[in-house]
Design a protein around this ligand. Structure first.
Ligand SMILES: Nc1ncnc2c1ncn2[C@@H]1O[C@H](COP(=O)(O)OP(=O)(O)OP(=O)(O)O)[C@@H](O)[C@H]1O
Ligand SMILES: [Mg+2]
Length: 316
């Protein structure tokens, strides 16, 4: 079998600032047309990794290959195949949104006609139609952020690095951005994304890597990671105290927690259907009045918390 081709391949990447070892041997691989999401608490090394992969920062040791080019030796070639969206894009305050987009398109060597067409598309997608012909300096924070993103997506290179692309966006713009990202992947673009919104990784990423203290501490699909951290939980809510006490008695050791005020108990379940059926059978045999039930699955937030001991930052 021929060796599998990875668009992004990183082996044993290390980077220090003085005595501060920021990356301690990162390994990752990304296949074409897929997304890898890099998660980790503040200071984990996400931005540092993205900056190294996009040639903006030198590293100490290891191998970094992007679209077949060695980042340490062929930075120019790497630059020709990547796009980067970071905290700030090159927006000219005095130009209108549309002029910024067209100018950037021309810089990326689009013809005038395609630059204008691509600008129109992005203006629509990012909901900037009403503001497109005003100077960027008159934009609100949210509009400015959407223009930054639109500018960074004017050309569609084969590999895109997105460092927290949706931080600070309102929910509607975030969903618009997800839509654009999905379209890019469907067209074969390979993406490495960092995000503080775990739901974003859950929705978009084919694989997830969690880093902490410059090291990979877990990797897998969202489903695999959730499976590692815990079981599904069945929550049963009863009519009153009496029913609650009776249920606790018959469910015995299966009960992992209860809520007196809500008259509810929680039971850890393995094989979802079997275990639910068993719990309900016990309850109904004893004629205990059940008024609601719900199955809770572990979320990526649970994974993140259990792996890093830290709540994900930011999102309230
Ligand atoms: N120019 C620099 N000089 C010295 N230390 C730096 C420099 N840039 C980053 N660091 C350190 O490297 C570590 C990793 O930073 P990095 O920005 O990669 O984290 P991050 O995972 O992107 O965090 P965040 O979630 O806050 O964006 C931090 O401890 C940071 O203080
Ligand atoms: Mg960062």
């Amino acid at each position: 079998m021929p060796k599998k081709y990875y668009v992004i391949e990183v082996k044993n990447l290390t980077k220090s600032y003085g005595v501060n070892k920021v990356l301690r041997g990162i390994n990752l691989k990304v296949e074409r047309g897929t997304m890898l999401a890099l998660l980790g608490p503040n200071g984990a090394g996400k931005t540092t990794t993205v900056r190294i992969l996009s040639t903006l920062l030198k590293f100490d040791d290891g191998l970094v290959i992007v679209e077949g080019f060695n980042v340490a030796k062929d930075a120019d070639k790497v630059r020709s195949v990547i796009g980067l969206t970071g905290q700030s894009a090159a927006v000219d305050e005095l130009l209108t949104g549309r002029e910024n987009l067209v100018m950037m398109g021309r810089l990326y060597r689009l013809t005038k006609r395609s630059a204008i067409a691509r600008a129109n598309e992005l203006i629509e997608e990012f909901d900037l139609v009403d503001a497109a012909d005003r100077q960027a300096k008159t934009y609100s924070g949210g509009m400015r952020r959407r223009l930054d993103l639109a500018v960074s997506l004017i050309a569609t290179p084969p590999v895109i690095f997105l460092d927290e692309p949706t931080t600070g966006l309102d929910p509607r713009s975030r969903i618009a951005m997800w839509h654009i990202i999905k379209n890019l992947m469907a067209n074969g673009t390979t993406i490495l994304l960092t995000t503080q919104y775990l739901e974003e990784a859950d929705q978009l990423a084919d694989q997830i890597i969690v880093i902490d203290g410059g090291k990979v501490i877990a990797e897998g699909t969202a489903k695999e990671l959730k499976g590692k951290v815990g079981k599904d939980r069945l929550e049963l809510t009863f009519a009153d105290d009496k029913a609650l006490v009776a249920a606790q008695k018959v469910l015995g050791g299966d009960v992992t927690s209860f809520n007196q005020k809500e008259h509810s108990v929680t039971v850890a379940i393995n094989d979802t259907n079997e275990d639910i059926k068993r719990a309900l059978d016990i309850i109904s045999k004893k004629k205990i009045e059940l008024i609601a039930m719900a199955v809770h699955k572990p979320t990526l937030d649970d994974v993140f918390l259990s792996l890093t001991g830290k709540e994900k930052k930011g999102e309230k």
